[in-house]
Write a protein that binds this ligand. Structure first.
Ligand SMILES: Nc1nc2c(ncn2[C@@H]2O[C@H](COP(=O)(O)OP(=O)(O)OP(=O)(O)O)[C@@H](O)[C@H]2O)c(=O)[nH]1
Ligand SMILES: [Mg+2]
Length: 438
């Protein structure tokens, strides 16, 4: 499922990267791909619809920035909108503060308390921990061990969470950063919410961090909402990003609370905490090694193809047009998806429907076989082709002489058409349709 999620989004990005032209139907197709991928990746359906609508509207309505191609424009929008669900991310400030950690059972709260403590400690701040989980007998012991391993003081062992936190805050009043661990539950029960609210009141924390395991899917949104409603979440830490889960649920959690992801946990050790970077996170989510480099690659690929089309168009405009040029054009055209735009300009029969495209491709294939049995001289100067040549060519290609005649007729019409393109107004129209700069 998750693999498909990545593959589906990847293929959507590739479609944009490889298409010779970005048009409305391609954008719609890609938006549909992305919708499917996000839904399969556990992202909240409502959110998916909002985002995909926004992508479609922006891609169709917004003008590319100066110096940016249509393709760059659409890839940028795709990336921006996906990243915008995740928010910019935010590192916790290096200041005197109280941090309260909350989350469901086993998500990684206690471990992350230690990771955060180590992070602030490394920046030269005085850090202390409070074991606000008084329900699970081993919880205090676990936090103690973690605290010892990073050489940070810990306070705990009180009867109630409220009392422990109050005493701990008094004890550590001279410390820069105080991190409070709290109890987890299988579900958000009333008494847990009450205790959490009390602790939040006593501690008056600067940060209330929701800890979510990356493998929590759609549920992440619901969880996040419940915690946010109860105490107001200021940040999210996504744990176990080193596992197989890709964190699709995080998209929903972040969207639901509006609270940014502050860090991600990438292992069980105290140093396994990373700054959140939306582009990198998306790369991971998409199962792409590196989205940034894909974006760059897409760019280069696009430039290569655009150049070819541009060269062909320039040749057409130069007025010099041999069978060889036509052959090249056909090659180029047959390798293109929305081949409509160029085809509109060639005398292939005006606007093409899908089935016509098919027929035209067949016809082009036949033409190419015929051209393969022509000599180079004939290709460069079709005017020399007389009826004796036609017979020879037909025999060589295994077709009827009327097929060869049809090709020559097609060539002559095309050539006339090319001549008319030397007209400035027509040139401009062609360039515009090809998305070339005038
Ligand atoms: N691989 C990996 N394991 C993690 C990460 N964060 C936490 N864990 C592990 O997840 C398990 C649960 O972590 P805890 O920190 O005890 O979770 P908790 O939310 O405090 O759990 P409760 O207090 O029981 O609600 C432990 O085995 C941790 O080592 C992470 O980023 N990566
Ligand atoms: Mg714990």
């Amino acid at each position: 499922m998750l693999k498909n999620f990545g593959d589906a989004l990847k293929s959507a990005f590739r479609k944009i990267a490889n298409a010779p032209f970005i048009d409305k139907s391609l954008i719609k197709e890609v938006v549909r791909d992305i919708q499917r991928a996000l839904i399969a990746g556990d992202v909240n359906v409502k959110l998916v619809l909002e985002v995909s609508k926004r992508i479609e509207r922006r891609a169709l309505e917004e003008k590319p920035l100066p110096g940016m191609s249509n393709r760059e424009h659409v890839l940028r929008i795709l990336h921006e909108e996906l990243a915008s669900i995740l928010g910019k991310g935010r590192e916790l400030p290096l200041k005197k503060q109280r941090i309260m950690m909350v989350g469901l059972y086993g998500q990684g709260k206690t471990t992350t308390c230690g990771k955060l403590a180590k992070l602030f400690q490394k920046k030269g701040m005085k850090v202390a921990l409070i074991a606000g989980d008084v329900h699970r007998p081993a919880a205090y012991e676990q936090l103690k061990q973690i605290a010892e391993s990073i050489n940070v003081p810990v306070y705990g062992g009180g009867k109630t969470a409220e009392k422990t936190v109050k005493e701990g805050l008094e004890k550590f009043s001279k410390y820069d950063v105080i991190i409070i661990d709290t109890a987890g539950r299988h579900a958000l029960e009333d008494d847990l919410i009450k205790e959490m609210k009390n602790v939040a009141k006593i501690a008056n924390p600067d940060e209330k961090i929701l800890v979510i395991d990356a493998s929590v899917g759609q549920q992440a949104g619901k969880q996040a909402k419940a915690f946010n409603d109860a105490i107001g979440i200021t940040g999210v830490i996504l744990t176990k990003m080193d596992g197989t889960a890709k964190g699709g649920g995080a998209l929903s959690a972040v969207a639901e609370t509006g609270a940014p992801i502050v860090y991600i946990g990438v292992g069980e050790h105290m140093e396994d905490l990373e700054k959140f970077d939306a582009t990198r996170f998306l790369s991971r989510l998409l199962g792409m090694g590196d989205l940034q480099s894909l974006l760059e690659k897409a760019e280069e690929a696009a430039k290569g193809k655009e150049k070819k089309v541009e060269e062909a168009a320039k040749k057409m405009l130069s007025g010099r047009f041999t069978l060889l040029d036509m052959y090249e054009q056909m090659e180029l055209l047959s390798g293109m998806g929305p081949f409509q735009k160029l085809a509109d300009l060639l005398p292939l029969g005006g606007k093409l429907r899908d089935e016509d495209v098919q027929a035209t491709q067949e016809r082009l294939k036949k033409f190419r076989v015929i051209m393969d049995s022509m000599t180079r001289k004939e290709l460069e100067n079709p005017a020399i082709i007389k009826s004796s040549h036609i017979k020879r060519i037909a025999r060589g290609a295994g077709v009827e002489t009327r097929d060869v005649k049809e090709l020559i007729k097609y060539y002559n019409t095309s050539k006339k058409m090319m001549k008319s393109l030397s007209n400035k107004r027509m040139q401009r129209k062609l360039m515009k349709q090809l998305g070339m700069k005038i």
